[in-house]
Write a protein that binds this ligand. Structure first.
Ligand code: NAG
Ligand code: NAG
Length: 190
């Protein structure tokens, strides 16, 4: 009886020992990576200035409506969703130097007022910023001259970015809906 129990016992003890050692190893690994992460990262603040061109008209629009609310009588186009791949330039003219693109979507989220939900990645292609992006998620009261949106993250040079974007309408064509918007973005990153 005792001899038949013994192997079972030692197997259990062995397993417990093994699991304990495994847990200790995993713990040590976590502590190790924590130590690496504790190295102080240098925080930087950047100011970016560019112009955003929302082209909805003509043969090559960069903003297209992909969804419209059924039977809507809303004056604000509530429920409409627009997908964009808008050029970003360093000057106010569309022909100025291309510095990036705004890729994402905006949707009409206000029943009473024109209030857009912006969910857009601003991807840069200039110099050291080439390939780095900022993610903006915010409320855009497009008819107001100035509005502010949150920068919620980023990639590349803008890893762990946070900040805000101030947008000012530079030009708006009420007939076509085309617009140029000046952006000043303030962002903290590593
Ligand atoms: C939308 O309008 C059409 C035609 O007037 C009607 O047949 C349909 O039921 C309406 N849909 C809704 C969701 O009200
Ligand atoms: C940006 O990077 C892409 C590939 O990663 C490259 O093709 C392009 O020439 C670069 N542009 C600039 C302006 O450096």
């Amino acid at each position: 009886m005792a001899s038949s129990l013994l192997p079972k016992c030692s197997t259990t003890i062995f397993l417990s020992c093994f699991l304990f050692l495994l847990a200790a190893a995993v713990d040590a690994k976590l502590v190790h990576s924590q130590r690496v992460l504790r190295r102080p990262l240098k925080e930087k603040m950047s100011h970016l200035h560019f112009y955003f061109h929302d082209i909805v008209s003509g043969r090559n629009p960069t903003a297209v409506t992909v969804a419209v609310a059924k039977n809507s009588t809303s004056l604000t186009g509530f429920g409409d969703i627009v997908m964009i791949d808008d050029p970003l330039t360093d000057g106010p003219e569309l022909s100025s130097k291309l510095v990036g693109r705004a890729q994402g979507l905006y949707a009409s989220a206000g029943l009473q007022d024109l209030s857009l939900l912006m969910a857009v990645n601003y991807v840069f292609m200039e110099g050291k910023y080439n390939g780095s992006s900022l993610s903006i998620l915010g409320r855009n009261m497009a008819m107001r001259p100035v509005r502010e949106m949150a920068v919620v993250g980023g990639s590349g040079l803008f890893r762990m970015a946070r900040g805000y974007a101030v947008a000012r309408t530079h030009w708006f064509d009420a007939n076509t809906g085309d617009a140029t918007v000046e952006y000043n973005v303030y962002v903290v990153h590593y």
